[in-house]
Design a protein around this ligand. Sequence first.
Ligand code: AMP
Length: 283
Amino acid sequence: MPRRPDVQRSIPTLRKALAQFRRRGETIALVPTMGALHDGHLALVRLAQKRARRVVVSIFVNPAQFAPIEDFSKYPRTFAQDMAALTAEGVDLVWAPTEKAMYPEGFATRIAPAGPANAGLEDRFRPHFFGGVATVVAKLFLQVAPDVTIFGQKDYQQLKVVTQMVRDLDMPLKVVGAPTIREKDGLAMSSRNAYLSAENRRIAPLLHRVMKDCAGKIKSGEPIARVMTNGSAAITNAGFGLDYFEARNADTLAPVTSVKDGPLRLLVAAKIGQTRLIDNIAV
Ligand code: AMP
């Protein structure tokens, strides 16, 4: 029977628990999450286990990255199920801080990421988002002091923002990006998929199909602008409200006009019903 991970909710007890690992010279990997865990998260955990002796999973629904009109209060919270899944994976420690532990009264500091955080993708539609992410992730890195951290490519711009922050602030850890885990029909796994109605769940995999189709056409030499216009129309015609569907340089996120501007990445964000989905693939 696997052992239930140690759960810590305050910074002093977290530090004590981590000190035991450090004393033995054990390396630590951190997998930051907002809970409502699915196989995508668990794939990050497995990668973390390959990269370090001890794995810490943080579970914190971060109010600072939600705008007032967004889904903070109804974001799925499934702690008991999450613990069962993390126990089965053999995770060592779950860092599940209270909101007070993370943002004590009088909290007044915020990281302001630029560069990839201003690429004109998620930031155009969620202007508070990357500031909130960078701030909480910086705190998690200082709290846990991991040797390595694993982030999903599913949130591609976020992975770039975190990588840039670690480089710019000389944070002594390595950021590893992990491939996107999908349902059998291609839909990228996401905690927010739980919001989808049966009808919208049926439509949702179209996003991945269109991206794949467009990536194939770009690779075979069709002009990027035309491919993306037609792809956008296909997404809209299926009933999505499209925020963006863009081809960008995979490293810098700069806009591209030809495959010579590559390596390329296609990135999409679209709403189906009330649910906003994001996804991306390599060309
Ligand atoms: P979240 O709990 O949604 O904030 O995600 C926590 C971490 O899991 C982030 O690094 C995400 O990029 C990653 N993640 C979410 N969904 C997937 C997925 N389908 N495949 C791989 N990683 C994912």
